[in-house]
Ligand binder design. Structure first.
Ligand SMILES: Nc1ncnc2c1ncn2[C@@H]1O[C@H](COP(=O)(O)OP(=O)(O)OP(=O)(O)O)[C@@H](O)[C@H]1O
Ligand SMILES: [Mg+2]
Length: 505
């Protein structure tokens, strides 16, 4: 339902405009002067303003200028007597949405107001999309976006008891307005859970925005969260809305909230308590309706004990806590997660069906996964990309040896009784680095030979295989391996000098 603020010093006009709007099912708020109107704009966030042009004190044009400072998109319709149409036209140049010449019919008013609201809605949606776009760029590293992305609980793959409990908690908190603190090691799916909560909540049609609190300097983060006025600091050449304002009616995820400075912690506390804040460089209080979700991969109670994090803020954030298990604590989910990722990646790469050979499943289930689900996803990505198949549409079979080079970072053997598939004995051996079977070079050919070799061999093997997969294209190979193309070049040159790789690579 739309809310319209009607501003006029004359009671009769104000009342009749309000009643036309109310009869059309809108909420009408009334203000008798510009100052009162501004207060209402900031606190009650109407969808449109209908204001008289001539009023004692602040005129409609002055009001328009002040409204613009609070909200760039809020449409203002001016009501004007026949003699002052010229002023109204001038006002449109200053950003008024439209004007109505008195006397006007109720229908005329409604058409104009509805058009104004629709127009502003589109502009807001565009602003949110822009904010989400810039966020997507930041996240582009590593996040695999697939067509027909899952929705709600379907995003959360896995049926282990730990995962079933997480899903039940997500479902349970979705309807509430309360702040959810999602904790878990890096790569355990905190952001996936946040999106699922938003999508299952009554706010699902509103925006979902995220701010990575660890990625920005204090000044940038402050303006990112709360916005700033024009001229608030050097470089602030335009008024800018913050994420709290853009997420109005939706959900805001404060990612890695443990990393924010004491000054911003104080500001966050206030938003959570009062749902109100001021833009940087402004004294105008703005109120919002936003649900806050937060994530942390640090132990927040410890940070509180150490004096790094405000206890009162912790309590505000921790209203509904959800703890995400490490992947090694839900190892029975590994096969289904791997299958899901392999399928998604194969589809994206235009490859055929992907199968994991049983020995490969065993290997994956025996690994410790320090990087959790994200690491598993990366391993799957590399396995598909590097699996050279005859034709692009052939089925891809992922064999144990194809995964081994990527699991080399495991430094100690895993002994976990809860594993569904018994880990292969080779993995159980307390090897220092390698888990066996990496590549050696024989007569210029790359093969897998049993027995552990060095980390260098494995690295060389991975690089050579990737280059083969991409027909020697260095940039593509470097991207697939997550290293710089220069690094790749330096390594290749060294290996060529040592005659460890073919000259023509
Ligand atoms: N249960 C799951 N089902 C499907 N995909 C998952 C699951 N958990 C995690 N993922 C995937 O793993 C990757 C990492 O997840 P996400 O970004 O949510 O982790 P995170 O906990 O926020 O990590 P970080 O602390 O590093 O930000 C993502 O690509 C996500 O899609
Ligand atoms: Mg995250």
């Amino acid at each position: 339902m739309s809310t319209v603020l009607v501003v006029d010093d004359k009671e009769m006009m104000r009342d009749s405009v309000c009643s036309v709007l109310r009869r059309a099912g809108m909420t009408a708020l009334a203000a008798t002067n510009g100052a009162e109107a501004l207060e209402r704009v900031a606190l009650q966030r109407p969808d449109a303003v209908v204001s008289d042009l001539k009023m004692p004190g602040m005129t409609g044009v002055e009001l328009l200028a002040q409204v613009r400072k609070i909200d760039e998109e809020l449409p203002v319709v001016l009501m004007t007597a026949f003699g002052s149409v010229q002023t109204a036209v001038e006002a449109m140049k200053l950003g008024a949405f439209d004007y109505l010449t008195k006397p006007f019919e109720g229908d005329e008013l409604l058409i104009c107001v509805k058009r104004a609201i629709q127009h502003a809605k589109l502009r807001r949606e565009n602003a949110v999309l822009r904010a989400q776009g810039s966020q997507a760029e930041v996240e582009a590293s590593g996040r695999i976006v697939t067509q027909g992305e899952a929705f709600g609980l379907d995003r959360l793959v896995g049926a282990s008891p730990a995962m079933r409990s997480v899903k039940a908690q997500v479902q349970a908190v979705a309807d509430s307005h309360g702040t959810v603190l999602i904790v878990g090691e890096s790569g355990t799916g905190k952001e996936v859970v946040a999106r699922a909560i938003h999508e299952l909540s009554p706010r699902r049609t509103g925006p979902f925005l995220a701010v990575n609190c660890a990625a920005l300097s204090e000044t940038l983060l402050e303006s990112e969260l709360f916005g700033h006025e024009k001229g608030a600091f050097t470089g602030a050449d335009k008024m800018r809305k913050g994420r709290f304002e853009l997420a109005h009616g939706g959900t805001l995820l404060l990612d890695e909230v443990s990393e924010v400075s004491p000054a911003i912690q104080a500001k966050l506390l206030r938003v959570l308590q009062e749902r109100a804040f001021e833009r940087v460089g402004s004294s105008q209080t703005i109120s919002i309706d936003v649900r806050v979700l937060a994530t942390s991969n640090r132990d927040l109670p410890k940070a509180v004990a150490a004096g790094d994090f405000r206890q009162d803020l912790f309590f505000r954030l921790n209203v509904l806590p959800i703890h995400l298990p490490a992947l090694c604590d839900k190892i029975e989910d590994v096969p289904v997660l791997a299958e899901t990722f392999l399928g998604q990646i194969a589809r994206r790469e235009g490859r055929g069906r992907v199968r994991l050979e049983p020995a490969a499943v065993e290997l994956l289930c025996g690994y410790e996964w320090p990087g959790n689900v994200r690491e598993l996803q990366n391993v799957c990505e590399r396995a598909v990309v590097l699996s050279a198949s005859g034709s692009r549409h052939d089925d891809v079979v992922i064999r144990r040896e194809m995964l081994e080079p990527w699991l080399a970072w495991q430094t100690k053997p895993v002994q976990r009784p809860a594993v569904v598939i018994e880990p292969a004995p080779r993995v159980e051996e307390p090897v220092a680095v390698a888990v066996g079977g990496p590549a050696v070079l024989e007569d210029g050919a790359i093969t897998f030979a049993p027995g552990a070799t060095t980390l260098d061999d494995m690295e060389r093997n991975a690089i050579v295989r990737t280059l083969e997969r991409y027909d020697g294209h260095r940039q593509k190979s470097a991207d697939a391996l997550g290293i710089g193309v220069r690094t790749l070049g330096i390594k290749l040159k060294k290996w060529k000098d040592e005659r460890l790789v073919p000259e023509d690579l």
